[in-house]
Design a protein around this ligand. Structure first.
Ligand code: SAM
Ligand code: SF4
Length: 476
């Protein structure tokens, strides 16, 4: 197998949030283990978003090519990775407490390779190296093409400084096959990185600039997913609506959806995340007309106040947001709309927060991911004055949650008696005599049935409403 390029320790990345230069590279041999040799075991602990889940599948694919097998037991693992999230301070702190727990494992079983992957690895490499010197590999989310080489190097030596690869300028190559974790559904990246630099957000610093994958690579990955039994794909990007802007041949996200819609054997197409400033009329038409594209839009609003949106650098007004939602609902009245929102952005007044509550009451989201604003060093918002005190952020978040829970419950109550097409994902972990699946609008439905239904679409009548979806029964 060809050698891999890895940065020497001298060229390790820094811990600031800024984009960094490529480190000095050295050539390393890559060794492949076969299953006939004693199997090594790996465990990847994934935090954060669907993108991290997909990145963990890539890492798992690389490990399996090296001869490792998956385990759930970290006491048995020869390779343990934390795939980390830096979007808010809390998940970043969690990484350090998890690393504290891994210290004992490294002391008892020194051959175990400990890796920190993902966004915290990218933005806090030096801090990790200092606070957890027993970590062997620190690797940013754009650099997994170097993972096999890093593991081989770490296996070949007893100790030493961590191998650090944190280059956000790397063009991500088409990689080895991933090891998917969901039996009927696959995540497929369409873009990497982000160009938007919203004032509060660390993602562009951790994941670098936007890079669209070529449509033929995306289609080929989806065809392979279908060939191995997947019925559904979720196309992933920080802003799928700007897909294709960097491609040599014109192809926007609506064009991509129509190509994906032609893949034989694929039942459902989902995507996330849409940015309200870039969501085009063409995309709404594509969603309405392409039969496999599901009627669900995840459209983060972030705030219902124009001045706050302006300072967030979001590039739209609340009125624009409402118009996009109206246009989508006009074409697909049954569609569900979900969102992300933040309470307590720096300088947010009580009145501005009321505008967000008001927007929630008027737009009526099916579901919302609601967060307290969290300072991310290196972002523009972190430099802003008038930080909202913690207890006020907490109060506002609780108000938003109460308001949204009422709305979601009402929406689902109104749908009782409706028959939905449910794609069954498998047994319900809490009640083994039942199965669970999702409607096209991405609501969970749990109903009596056996595991033979996994991967089938079943017509199910909603009987009882919850925030997450329904309990139901197979329709007659
Ligand atoms: N690309 C997506 C978009 O444009 O909305 C979102 C990606 S981000 C990983 C997911 C969500 O985390 C954001 O929509 C935002 O609500 C939240 N988020 C990002 N930065 C945050 C911060 N500093 N504090 C609190 N929440 C934050
Ligand atoms: Fe972050 Fe904004 Fe990019 Fe989403 S669009 S990842 S919120 S910078």
């Amino acid at each position: 197998m060809a050698g891999q390029l890895l940065p020497s320790k001298a060229g390790a990345g820094d811990s600031s949030g800024s984009q960094r230069e490529s480190s000095k590279l050295v050539e390393l041999p890559v060794q492949c283990y076969t299953h006939s040799e004693m199997a090594r075991r790996y465990l990847i602990d994934t935090m954060g978003c669907q993108m991290n889940e997909r990145d963990s599948e890539t890492a798992a694919g690389i490990l399996e090519q090296l001869g490792y097998e998956a385990t759930d037991d970290r006491e048995q693992a020869d390779f343990i990775a934390l795939n980390t999230c830096a979007v808010r301070a809390k998940p970043q702190h969690k990484v350090f407490s998890k690393l504290g727990e891994l210290r004992r494992i490294k002391e008892q079983r020194p051959h175990t390779i400990i890796a920190v992957l993902g966004c915290v690895a990218q933005i806090a490499a030096q801090e990790i190296a200092q606070r957890a010197p027993y970590v062997d590999i620190i690797m940013g989310p754009r650099n997994y093409s170097h993972l096999a080489g890093a593991i081989t190097t770490a296996q070949a030596r007893a100790d030493g400084d961590p191998i650090i690869v944190t280059d956000t300028t790397e063009v991500i190559p088409e990689g080895p096959p991933a090891a998917p974790t969901i039996p009927i559904s696959s995540y497929v990246n369409v873009t990497y990185g982000c160009n938007n630099f919203c004032a509060y957000c660390i993602v562009p610093y951790a994941r670098g600039r936007e890079q669209s994958r070529a449509p033929e690579q995306i289609i080929s990955e989806i065809e392979q997913a279908v060939a191995t039994g997947r019925q559904e794909v979720t196309l992933l990007g920080q802003n799928v609506n700007s897909y294709g802007e960097d491609l040599p041949k014109a192809c926007d996200f609506a064009d991509l959806l129509s190509q994906v819609n032609r893949v034989k054997g694929l039942r459902r197409i989902r995507f996330t995340t849409s940015h309200p400033k870039d969501l085009s009329a063409r995309l709404i038409t594509a969603m309405a007309e392409l039969p496999r594209v599901c009627e669900h839009l995840h459209l983060p609003i972030q705030s219902g106040d124009d001045e706050v949106l302006e300072r967030m650098g979001r590039g739209y007004t609340c009125e624009h947001y409402r118009r996009v939602v109206e246009a989508a609902r006009q074409r697909m009245p049954q569609m569900s709309i979900t969102t992300d929102v933040m309470a307590g952005f720096p300088g947010e007044t009580e009145e501005q927060f009321e505008h967000t509550l008001c927007a929630f009451e008027q737009i009526r989201f099916d579901q919302a991911f609601m967060f307290k604003y969290s300072d991310r060093p290196g972002t523009r918002a972190a430099q802003m004055d008038n930080k909202v005190p913690e207890e006020i952020k907490q109060q506002r978040l609780e108000q938003l949650i109460a308001c949204q829970n009422d709305i979601a419950h009402q929406i689902n109550e109104e749908l009782i008696g409706t028959t939905f097409e449910v794609l069954v994902e498998g047994r319900d972990p809490k009640s083994p005599e039942k199965v669970r699946g999702r409607t096209r609008t991405n609501k969970i439905v749990i109903f009596p049935g056996g595991s033979d239904l996994q991967g089938q679409t079943v017509e199910v009548k909603a009987q009882q409403a919850f925030l997450w979806g329904f309990l139901g029964e197979i329709a007659e």
